[in-house]
Design a protein. Structure first.
Length: 224
């Protein structure tokens, strides 16, 4: 959900602050060219469901779940500073309480699907992070992003969406026209609030990392 537009003074913080990698990935460029934003389900303000459907459709069309990871960006203050998001005027920073995207491939060669970015779809991980996040060392402590990295297979099986976080926030007409996503087995269900809780040690194989540690794992963090 959109918290608001950040103050224009933070705009100069968007810089190329860490990335150098130019590796090629296991998912071919030809495969990437077949992915079109317009072919997926999309409802504004429901990024967690949009990404579930994207992972579902890609898996159904031959992509291996081992090549897909769901990334949930948030932080303890529920104010993640991002750039190039289409929900605000072009050039303005955005504050999300959380934001969910899909990663295709692994490491420096990965690609990102973000339905709310002004960048390409998909967009290389390196470009996405460089043009979406400011340096964590240059923003107030309550803005830098953390990321919960969720295996797509478990997300498809265990995510259970009751949409309660948007009740009273959006009118009914702005909710998805299709039924909420339900977990394969309700005894194993994980709610959005569980994923957003950075202290929660979930049994789904997901991990919580600082933005810097996540980038270091991907080989995209410059050494000092």
């Amino acid at each position: 959900m959109l918290v608001g537009a950040a103050t224009p003074q933070v705009q100069p913080l968007l810089r190329s602050w860490y990335v150098t990698a130019k590796a090629r990935g296991a998912i071919s460029e030809e495969s990437m060219q077949t992915i079109k934003r317009s072919t997926f389900r999309y409802t504004a303000a429901f990024c967690e469901e949009n990404i579930w459907w994207a992972a579902h459709d890609l898996a159904r069309n031959g992509y291996s779940c081992s090549d897909l990871q769901v990334l949930l960006f948030t932080n303890p203050s529920q104010q993640v500073l991002m750039f190039n998001q289409s929900v605000v005027p072009k050039g303005a920073p955005t504050l999300w309480d959380y934001h969910v995207v899909l990663q295709l491939g692994n490491g420096a060669s990965a690609q990102i699907l973000d339905f709310d970015t002004r960048l390409d779809f998909p967009v290389p991980l390196e470009k996405y992070v460089r043009e979406s996040f400011p340096s964590p060392n240059m923003v107030p402590d309550h803005y830098p992003a953390w990321v919960r990295v969720i295996p797509a297979r478990s997300y498809l099986q265990r995510f259970d969406s009751d949409r309660s976080h948007m009740r009273g926030v959006l009118p009914d007409k702005d909710f998805p026209k299709y039924p909420p996503i339900r977990a394969t087995a309700l005894t194993d269900a994980i709610q959005l609030s569980d994923y957003r809780d950075l202290q929660a040690d979930l049994s789904d194989g997901s991990r919580v990392l600082s933005l810097q540690n996540w980038l270091a794992e991907a080989g995209l963090l410059q050494s000092n």
